[in-house]
Design a protein around this ligand. Structure first.
Ligand SMILES: Nc1ncnc2c1ncn2[C@@H]1O[C@H](COP(=O)(O)OP(=O)(O)OP(=O)(O)O)[C@@H](O)[C@H]1O
Ligand SMILES: [Mg+2]
Length: 303
């Protein structure tokens, strides 16, 4: 049985295999601070075109850090470097004070859970899908139920006639997108990862499903180092820190309130998203400046 489906799927999705020299050290503190120090990076297929241009960021242990920015800003690239699919051309990346290049990557991956946008489920029971990769799939039934409760799945699973023994269908075809996402979160919770990475995890869900999934995520993320890449900014409003990227660089960092107050790049992203949400009625209005007070009102009402 393959052990870590989310990570394997992530690597597969990226369709890239790493030919990098593996390190030998076991990760000492995979949940510790993550530091990108002046990282420069170009994709091998686009030499000379820098995707990260001297990026320096620190991701605090036990906290939720969100990365936002326009499409193509380099957000997913950060997670790819963190998974060590590539090495930077210059600068360094460390996790818990340990340089990424020195670590045995398989052991690091064992301590990371990724919740992707379209998680892969297997055509086996709900319980087996949740327990996948933990204790060879032989995890304790109570532990499965605990994880399911944490991930807001217990309710809908219990309603099926066969409960936890219900099959999910090929690729999870017999359950909804939000339910699938919650099973993936329960699976992540089972593994008790030191580090969680969410790349647009809830962006394909409708608002109601997003709320339920978001609650589940917040419970599982609590106290863990979490890196969230979000498209819908309302999902990261409560992040401990928001890092705003533009064209391969960090342009701002702070809490939602701080960045709204700063009226910079993050403010512009939020404003654009609110205008999009309010379209088409706001289209007529989109050229008029939005006052800070009204934006603050809107962000607390609709985000
Ligand atoms: N495998 C790749 N090979 C070459 N260039 C790539 C590759 N993956 C991404 N890029 C380029 O690197 C830049 C940053 O991409 P990245 O995927 O990190 O953006 P992003 O901020 O995650 O965007 P989005 O919000 O659309 O997901 C883009 O210009 C993209 O075209
Ligand atoms: Mg991306």
């Amino acid at each position: 049985m393959r052990e870590f489906p989310d990570i394997e799927r992530f690597l597969l999705l990226m369709k890239e295999t790493s030919a990098l020299k593996n390190g030998t050290e076991a990760p000492r503190n995979a949940g510790g601070e993550i530091v990108f120090d002046n990282v420069h990076f170009s994709y091998p297929s686009r030499p000379g075109e820098e995707t990260l241009k001297g990026l320096s960021i620190a991701i605090q242990p036990g906290k939720m850090t969100a990365i936002v920015g326009d499409s193509g800003a380099g957000k997913s690239t950060i997670t790819k470097l963190l998974m060590r699919l590539y090495d930077p051309a210059a600068g360094s990346i460390s996790v818990g004070g340990q340089e990424l290049r020195t670590m045995d990557i398989k052991q690091l991956h064992d301590q990371i859970a990724i919740v992707p946008q379209n998680p892969e489920l297997f055509n086996c029971s709900m319980a087996d899908n949740i327990a996948y990769g933990v204790d060879g799939g032989m995890a304790d039934k109570n532990a499965v139920i605990e994880a399911a409760k944490l991930a807001n799945c217990h309710g809908f699973i219990s309603k099926f006639r066969s409960g936890y023994d219900t099959f999910v269908g090929a690729r999870g075809a017999q359950i909804s997108a939000g339910q699938k996402q919650r099973i993936a979160i329960a699976r992540a919770a089972m593994r008790q990862p030191q580090l969680m990475i969410l790349d647009e995890a809830t962006s394909s869900l409708d608002v109601e499903n997003e709320r339920v999934v978001q609650e589940a995520l917040e419970r599982v993320m609590k106290g863990r180092t979490t890196l969230v890449i979000a498209h819908r900014l309302c999902t990261i409003k409560n992040a401990d820190e928001i890092i705003c990227m533009k064209d391969g660089r960090m342009v701002e960092r702070g809490t939602h309130e701080e960045l709204i107050g700063a009226r910079g790049a993050y403010y512009a992203l939020v404003r654009n998203q609110l205008v999009e949400q309010a379209a088409p009625s706001a289209e007529r209005d989109s050229t008029s400046p939005t006052s800070i007070a009204s934006l603050q009102r809107q962000t607390s009402a609709s985000m």
